[in-house]
Design a protein around this ligand. Structure first.
Ligand SMILES: CC(C)(COP(=O)(O)OP(=O)(O)OC[C@H]1O[C@@H](n2cnc3c(N)ncnc32)[C@H](O)[C@@H]1OP(=O)(O)O)[C@@H](O)C(=O)NCCC(=O)NCCS
Length: 333
């Protein structure tokens, strides 16, 4: 039998540039509370959220992604023509097919790259970074664009006490490409399918259409269960990602967890025994929980605020519906 020729890429890949897009409509807690019999004080205390942003009609999954990607490409100094793979993590692109990635790649003016969406909910962006890292190092893509984007306001029930104050909209993107030094550590990822129903759409589309009064299948969440799972199990996953990358907490500069809830972030930071010197992302305070977009948006915010500097070592971890999770250590571009 003839042996097939195979290819391989550079030894290392890295995040080369980061971008974010924040929708224009600012939504303070005061706009949310009446429909859920809540208060600004309760929401801030239980989640850390003060305001969030909701997309307007013309701020679509595609347009927000294009804006975030353009910023990431510019920061990386990479022309869009050099991108040969676009990976989009989202659960709120409401067109079942084709993928958002193909439209985004086209809008960006990319040269027919591979383009596809992945569904790993809030963990999607870190899954995308892991895929891009492996693709670059295996030689199947030289530059990959990884986007996390959501318009969760479309699929959140404004009268649901457990979710209405949490979820929000936005987009974040990174360019992953070859590097002379290691820039992305090994991924620690997995899924706890036993808890498949802890965060999910209320109904599947066939049930919606069979109903006498079809309604958007909004997200539902077992908040308490998710809170306990995230607070206890995810610190262990984060520690494994540090161990796999050979990084101790003393060598860490930034901790950028999925912006699910400030109390979950606090619990993870305590379990990991992060020293005070580690700067922790708190983008949730005025961005809400933007699911797949939250980690790249928080990273971009930290870069803009001077809290994440080029060469810093950052621990990323994201987790959510599935229950799916992924974590890795990266070097800030
Ligand atoms: C949603 C969440 C903030 C709720 O907080 P909680 O402390 O678990 O709240 P509980 O459901 O136990 O309710 C506690 C009390 O607050 C009340 N309450 C619940 N929702 C409320 C709301 N929106 N406003 C005001 N009060 C509320 C309840 O009625 C209950 O009152 P009681 O003690 O008098 O019975 C919390 O569970 C959470 O953050 N979960 C994880 C969310 C998350 O990260 N999701 C995304 C993962 S990707």
């Amino acid at each position: 039998m003839t042996g097939l020729r195979t290819e391989s890429g550079p030894s290392y890949a890295a995040v080369l540039g980061v971008g974010a897009y924040r929708p224009s409509r600012l939504v303070p807690n005061s706009e949310i509370v009446d429909a859920i019999d809540s208060s600004d004080e309760w929401i801030q205390q239980r989640s850390g959220i003060r305001t969030r942003r909701f997309a307007t009609d013309d701020e679509t999954v595609v347009s927000m992604s294009v804006a975030a990607s353009q910023q990431a490409l510019e920061a990386a100094g990479i022309d869009v023509q050099q991108v040969d793979c676009v990976i989009v993590a989202t659960v709120s692109h409401l067109m079942q097919t084709p993928s958002a990635a193909t439209a985004i790649a086209h809008e960006l003016g990319a040269d027919q790259p591979a383009a596809f969406d992945i569904s790993a909910a809030c963990a999607g962006f870190c899954h995308g970074v892991a895929l891009a890292n492996d693709m670059v190092r295996a030689g199947s893509a030289r530059y990959a664009l990884v986007i996390g984007v959501e318009r969760l306001s479309d699929i959140t029930d404004p009268t649901d006490r457990g979710t209405a104050f949490i979820f929000a909209d936005g987009a974040g993107a990174v360019v992953v490409g070859p590097s002379e030094t290691p820039g992305i550590g090994p991924v620690v990822w997995g899924s706890d399918g036993e808890h498949y129903d802890h965060i999910r759409s209320r109904q599947d589309w066939r049930d919606v259409l069979a109903s006498d009064e079809p309604q958007m299948p909004h997200l539902t969440m077992k908040g308490n269960e998710v809170f306990r799972w995230a607070s206890f199990s995810m610190a262990k996953v984060a520690q494994q990602a540090l161990d796999r990358a050979g990084v101790t907490v003393d060598q860490l500069d930034c901790f950028i967890p999925h912006q699910a809830n400030n109390r979950i972030t606090d619990a993870m930071a305590r379990s990991l025994r992060l020293p005070d010197s580690v700067r922790i992302a708190r983008d949730i305070v005025d961005a809400g929980n933007t699911s797949a977009a939250s980690v790249p948006m928080a990273l971009r915010r930290m870069i803009d605020d001077g809290d994440a500097r080029s060469g810093d070592v950052a621990l990323l971890i994201a987790f959510g519906a599935g229950l799916a999770y992924a974590a890795q250590v990266v070097v800030v571009p």
